[in-house]
Design a protein. Structure first.
Length: 345
């Protein structure tokens, strides 16, 4: 019997990691377009942006992590959805400035290398990249024994996109009276999970396998509902109608994120009831006896993205977005407000 390598005995199995890299190579290459000039395994990813398609191209970059939604993945043993989640989150973040995603990089830190888990995660990341139209240009898979608990890992993502300088959305064109169009979320997306897990697992005493009548599904399935990517539908809308601003509704909810898309002196009026709130939000509010204002700051409340458009474009925008498969709703208006606040009415 061959002697175990010293590094593997210390908890880092380089040979196993190399086998996994070969296993996922096809998944990664499937996201490549002609702009990708490097192959898997090189020290850096090479990408040739389509500069000629833009008059004055500007790169837009962002980074984020999945957060404690990963705890639900650990409990359920389902790992491909969180991979897609991190791509969607990052892509939506740069979309609000009008950018089209170009390429994505991931970081996966894991306590003990598990080829099945790693493959599932990368499978999800690759599917997310294809959904957002970007290449999975590279990443880092770090085996860190003693740093993460057995069966746990951390997942972060980094994205780069492109936009013409003249088409950057910075909120400066937003006016009082502009309409707010909300795009439906599939669930909590990737925010509010620390509170949601406390309420569902501790307060209610449920497990990921508990079927909840109000949800029409199990707790784990409801919590792992994917973070919806809005890139395709929104870029298509922007090609035909004026969009003056956008907000990705993540941590901080509508209360904190929508003002980021508004100039000083303007606020927003959101009509609760203008869109169907998912049952998980009323369930969480009831379990925690949470006030409305905190709900709208802790969770997306069923809206993953808000677009700001001229009021005379509402019907056309709703029709276009719905034809692209998005649940879209006229949820409120921009209003004069020296407090720069979002008010739920």
């Amino acid at each position: 019997m061959a002697k175990q390598k010293a590094y593997a005995a210390a908890g880092v199995d380089i040979d196993a990691a190399n086998r996994t890299k070969k296993r996922i190579a096809g998944l990664v290459r499937a996201t490549f377009g002609p702009e990708v000039l490097s192959d898997i395994g090189e020290f850096g990813g090479l990408f040739a942006p389509p500069w000629r398609d833009y008059d004055d191209p500007v790169l837009v970059a962002s980074t984020d992590s999945v957060g404690t939604k990963l705890k639900v993945a650990f409990l359920t043993g389902i790992h491909h959805t969180v991979g897609a989640d991190i791509v969607a989150h990052c892509a939506n973040d740069i979309l609000v400035q009008g950018a089209r995603p170009l390429f994505f990089l991931d970081y996966l830190g894991i306590g003990r290398h598990d080829p099945e888990v790693v493959t599932e995660v990368i499978e999800g990341i690759a599917s997310g990249c294809k959904a957002c139209g970007c290449a999975l240009l590279g990443g880092e898979m770090a085996e860190l024994p003693g740093f993460y608990a057995d069966g746990e890992y951390d997942l972060a993502g980094f994205i780069v996109g492109i936009v013409d300088r003249g088409h950057i959305l910075d909120g400066s064109a937003v006016c009082a009276g502009d309409a707010l169009i909300g795009l439906g979320a599939t669930g909590l997306h990737t925010n509010g999970y620390s509170l949601a897990r406390k309420l569902l697992f501790e307060t209610a005493g449920w497990t990921v396998d508990t079927y909840v009548e109000d949800l029409g599904t199990g707790v784990g399935e409801a919590l792992l509902a994917p973070h919806r990517p809005y890139v395709s539908a929104v870029l298509s809308l922007m090609a035909s109608l004026p969009v003056r601003g956008m907000a990705h509704i993540t941590g901080g909810g509508l209360i904190d994120n929508l003002p980021r898309a508004l100039p000083r002196g303007l606020g927003a009026r959101i009509r609760r009831g203008a869109w169907p709130e998912l049952p998980i939000f009323s369930l969480l509010q009831r379990l925690g006896d949470i006030e409305e204002a905190e709900m709208f700051q802790a969770f997306n409340m069923g809206l993953g993205m808000v677009l700001i458009i001229p009021p005379d474009c509402v019907e056309d925008a709703l029709g276009k977005l719905q034809s692209e498969g998005e649940a879209a709703y006229w949820v409120g208006e921009v209003a004069d407000d020296p407090n720069h606040a979002v008010r739920i009415v």
